[in-house]
Ligand binder design. Sequence first.
Ligand SMILES: [Zn+2]
Length: 557
Amino acid sequence: MPKVCRWMRWKPLLCYAKHPQCCCWSSRAGHVTQTLHILQCLAVPTEHVVRCAAQYSGRTTMRPVNRIAILPLFLTAVSAASTLFKGGTVIAFNKQTQGLQVIRDGAVLVEDDRITGVFDSTPTRVPPRTEVVDITGKIITPGFIDTHRHGWQTVFKTMASNTSLLEFFGRYSSFVAPFFWNATDIYDSQLAGLYEALNAGVTTSLDHATHTWSKDAADAGLQACIDSGARVFWGFTFANITGLITVEQLYPVFRTMAAKPGLRNSPTTLGIAYDGWGPNPNVGEIDKIMALARELKVSVITTHSLQGPWGYIHALNYLNISIPIVFSHASFLTPTGASLLRSTNQYISITPESEMHYGQTHPVAYSIQDQASLGIDTHITFSTDILTQARIWLQQARYERYLDVLEQGQLPASNPMSVEQAFLLATRNGALALRRGDDLGGIFVGGKADLVIWDGNSPAMLGWVDPVAAVILHASVGDIEAVLVDGKWVKRGGKLVARGWPDARARFLRTARRLQAVWKGMPLPEAPPEFNGSPVVHPERVDVLRGPGDGYGSVYL
Ligand SMILES: [Zn+2]
């Protein structure tokens, strides 16, 4: 009978938080520890951690990241200096009305990276050598904007399908991966994840990049963003990881990222991700990070939040600043918090599927949708497309608002949320959250040419009358025929056309299979009795079987 570590049995998550790659969690051969081991675990954490990680990974020495430099693949997307899309239905954005404008049999002219014309009929004069693309019967929309993502984790796809949030932290987060991943792994995983997003019409992502645990690791993820051709607001994460790196050590790494060749000529920009705002903030650390943010003119700051650190940030005079701050989830936003966000024009990122999957929930987010955008979060556990998020959120918001009426013994006379509102959340509001409403999130003259073309004759969309409803309620990623970012084709004819995609796919599969094999060997963690002062309990399971058993089944790794 295997000996089971008491620490593991009772406090796995807390143990994990201190010693993320402790063999209590990761021993393939079973739970090995006993009293002596527990004492080691507690008393000499760093040595224990190093030994366990080396033992588990079969390495004789610890090697958190590979020092092999990432060679940029220069996966340049196919470019066209000037393109006219004619004959299609354009879902444009009208800046005067701040609403959508549907133009049937319209046209969109793209020159270099910009939309230079939106027409209600095919123009007779276009620039010389313009490529004319007939999109009759199709729908052209802006690309979707995802304001919360952890793109580097793509190799874990389908492995965490039934996890809780605590299990996720303990098994798939940046507290575990550094001891098994090298820089090349991050590059391959991040790049494949971005291609997945581009294929799904997500042209802009705010990436809360938690893989910045070393210079090589950070550089690899950023290089993948640049090579992908996607528009990534790359949020370099400042976080202490026990036994690996401190925030203090990350300051020079961040400066290196800001000076990275290739960043200047890419749609990708440098941002900051930081979760240490409160309730016991390290003010000196925050001041240093914010000084860096201002000096290096970062494009965005982002943070996870449930109960809301905006009060702490505001108290430090960092909420009302020119840099956008995006708060992911904000599940339990208070009226005071909502007021602060509105008065400082800072946005939340609602991640509908994530908040349902993991249980952060979103009980009050309906009331601040005017200051909200949509995000995905951990795309390894569910859909990577903002279209699905918009659809789920639309119906969830309707459900909640209907419930308000039904609970009063009344009946709803109208529908509380429209498909246009869902469309705006998925496009325009993302741009506003990033303070890029002048050039992102819509089809209008002067905007960036981030575009999606939908096959209006697919079985799902055939017969549409309202193009907004056709996209939001009937289409799927399979109906996306083409995608452009910055005026460059990244998907065309239903397929990714980036020159490096076939090679990236092969590399990713090799990397994924190797790392997945490691994770398959890890025992699933047990829940701790409490976490951060709250009891941890199992929710009642759903029962889908008649009679005995509930049909819960397993994960099939
Ligand atoms: Zn997240």
